[in-house]
Design a protein around this ligand. Structure first.
Ligand code: TRP
Length: 446
C-alpha cells in the first residue's frame, strides 16, 4: 500500500539509521559555535539537561507514533487520531514538520557543501604550512565566492536527493556502518591531541565550570532548540523512520544509546575545537565559521595532518549526508502519502530546497547585509528560527499527542517494555517535558 514501507532489516539497521540522522553538523559544527556564542558552560550544561529531560522522552514519543501508525507521518497521525476518537487536525503536525525540515535542509546543504570544499582542498594539499591567520582568511575568501559555494551546495543536494529518490538504500546503511565508527576514531585522536595543547586547561574550564551568571533567556532557548536539533526531534523525521522499526526492538534502549553517542560526539568536538581556540588566542564567539577555521589549524599541527584532515572531512561528509537524507524524508514521505512517486517527489523537493538554499549561499556575500528579522540575514534566520523555535513547537505538539491523545494501549505497545516503564515515560512527558518546553517557548516569544 505504501511505497515508503520498505527497509530496516534488523535492530542494528534501525539504530544506525537514527544515529545517522542524529550525528551530523549539529554535533561537530553547530554545537561548538553555539556554545561559543552562548557563554560556554552555561550553554553546555543546559543542553545536556534538555537532551535528558526533553529530547529523550520526546524522541520516544515521536518514534512511537511512527511505529504505532506504520505509515508516513501525516497518515500515521490521522490514523492514530481516528483510532483514539481525536480530531483529524492532529495530522497537520506532519505538514509543519515538513516545513521545518525544508528550511533546515536549505542551510544544512550549504554548510555541508563547505565540507566538500575542505575535503577537496585537504586532498590537494591546500592546508600545508599555512598559518592560522592564512587559514582564517582563506575561509573568508571562500565564503565571499558565491559560485564556489553554489557548486558545493548543488553537489551536496544531488548526493542527498539521489539516495532519497532510490529509497534509503541498503548501500547507505552499510556505508554508514563503516564510516561512523571511523569518524569516532578520528574525533578521539583529535581529543587526544587537544589534551597536549596549551589551551586544553582553559577549554575544559570554559566548557565545564558552571557559570550561572551567563544564563539568560536567549541561552536557555538556544540550548533547548539545539537539543531538539541534534537529536533530530520535532519535525516528524524520526517518526518517518519509526514506521519501519522491527516489532521486537526496545525503543527506549535504542534511543538512549543514540543520545549518549550524540552527546559524546558533541563533547569531543567541543573539547578539540576550544583547545585550539584557547591555544591560538582565537575568538570563541566566531560563529558558524568556528570549526572550519580551528580544525585545519589543529590538524596542521598533527603529524600526517593532511591525511587526517582529508579523512575527517570525508567522514564528516558521510555524517551530514545521512542527516540530510533524514531531513528530506518527511517531505518526500508526505508527497508519497499524497500519491506521488518517490523519484518525482525527491526531484521536486530537491529543486525547491536547492533554490531556497541559494539565499543562504548569498548571505555570505551579496545578501550579507539584507536583514530579514532584526539583525538577521537569511542564513542567520534559517539557521536559528527553524531549529530553535519550530522544532520545539513541533516536539511539543507531538508529545501532547503521544502522551495525552493517543490510545494508551497503542502508545504503550509501540514504546515496548514493562507497563511501569510506559507510565514513567508518560509521566515525564506529561508533567516535565511538555510544561518545560511550553514555558521556555512562551517566555521567549513574549
Ligand atoms: N541531527 C542532525 C545534526 O545534528 C540534523 C538533523 C537530521 C535534523 N535530521 C533532522 C534536525 C530532523 C531536525 C530534524 O546534524
Amino acid at each position: 500500500m505504501n511505497e515508503t514501507l520498505e527497509r530496516w532489516h534488523s535492530r542494528r539497521a534501525f539504530i544506525l539509521a537514527v544515529t545517522g540522522a542524529a550525528v551530523g553538523l549539529g554535533n561537530i559544527w553547530r554545537f561548538p559555535y553555539m556554545t561559543g556564542e552562548n557563554g560556554g558552560s552555561a550553554f553546555l550544561l543546559l543542553y545536556i539537561l534538555f537532551v535528558v529531560v526533553l529530547g529523550l522522552p520526546m524522541m520516544m514519543a515521536e518514534i512511537l507514533i511512527g511505529r504505532a501508525g506504520r505509515r508516513s507521518p501525516m497518515q500515521a497521525l490521522a490514523y492514530l487520531a481516528n483510532e483514539a476518537g481525536a480530531s483529524p487536525h492532529w495530522r497537520w503536525i506532519g505538514l509543519f514538520g515538513a516545513l521545518t525540515v525544508f528550511f533546515i535542509l536549505s542551510f544544512y546543504s550549504v554548510v555541508s557543501g563547505w565540507s566538500i570544499e575542505y575535503l577537496v582542498d585537504a586532498v590537494n594539499g591546500g592546508f600545508v604550512e599555512r598559518t592560522p591567520a592564512q587559514i582564517g582568511s582563506a575561509f573568508d575568501a571562500f565564503l565571499a565566492d558565491p559560485l564556489r559555494m553554489t557548486f558545493n551546495h548543488t553537489l551536496f543536494m544531488l548526493l542527498t536527493m539521489s539516495v532519497v529518490a532510490a529509497g534509503v538504500s541498503n548501500g547507505l546503511e552499510k556505508l554508514n556502518n563503516v564510516m561512523m565508527p571511523l569518524l569516532y576514531v578520528i574525533l578521539i585522536v583529535l581529543g587526544g591531541y587537544a589534551v597536549t595543547t596549551a589551551g586544553f586547561g582553559a577549554a575544559m574550564a570554559w566548557l565545564f565550570t558552571p557559570n550561572p551568571a551567563a544564563i539568560d533567556l536567549q541561552v536557555v532557548l538556544n540550548a533547548m532548540g539545539h537539543a531538539f536539533f541534534t537529536l533530530a526531534v520535532g519535525a516528524c523525521a524520526l517518526m518517518a523512520y519509526g514506521a519501519y522499526m522491527p516489532e521486537e526492538q526496545s525503543l527506549p534502549r535504542a534511543v538512549c544509546a543514540v543520545a549518549l553517542l550524540d552527546i559524546a560526539v558533541a563533547l569531543l568536538s567541543g573539547i578539540a575545537i576550544f583547545s585550539v581556540v584557547f591555544t591560538h588566542g582565537l575568538d570563541p564567539t566566531e560563529g558558524p565559521g568556528l570549526m572550519f577555521v580551528t580544525l585545519p589549524i589543529a590538524f596542521s599541527e598533527l603529524p600526517g595532518g593532511q591525511i587526517w584532515l582529508g579523512a575527517f572531512f570525508l567522514l564528516l561528509l558521510v555524517a551530514t549526508w545521512t542527516s540530510s537524507i533524514n531531513l528530506a524524508e518527511p517531505m518526500v514521505a508526505m508527497l508519497i502519502g499524497a500519491g506521488w512517486r518517490r523519484g518525482r517527489a525527491a526531484l521536486l523537493i530537491g529543486a525547491l530546497v536547492w533554490a531556497v538554499g541559494l539565499l543562504s549561499v548569498l548571505s555570505f556575500s551579496t545578501l550579507a547585509d539584507v536583514h530579514w528579522i532584526g539583525e538577521m540575514n537569511f542564513f542567520a534566520l534559517v539557521s536559528t528560527v527553524p531549529p530553535d523555535i519550530f522544532l520545539p513547537i513541533g516536539g511539543l505538539l507531538i508529545a501532547i499527542f503521544a502522551a495525552w491523545r493517543m490510545l494508551p494501549e497503542a502508545a504503550a505497545s509501540a514504546l515496548g517494555g514493562p507497563a511501569a516503564g510506559f507510565r514513567l515515560w508518560r509521566g515525564v512527558v506529561r508533567y516535565v517535558s511538555i510544561p518545560l518546553t511550553a514555558v521556555v517557548l512562551l517566555s521567549s516569544l513574549i
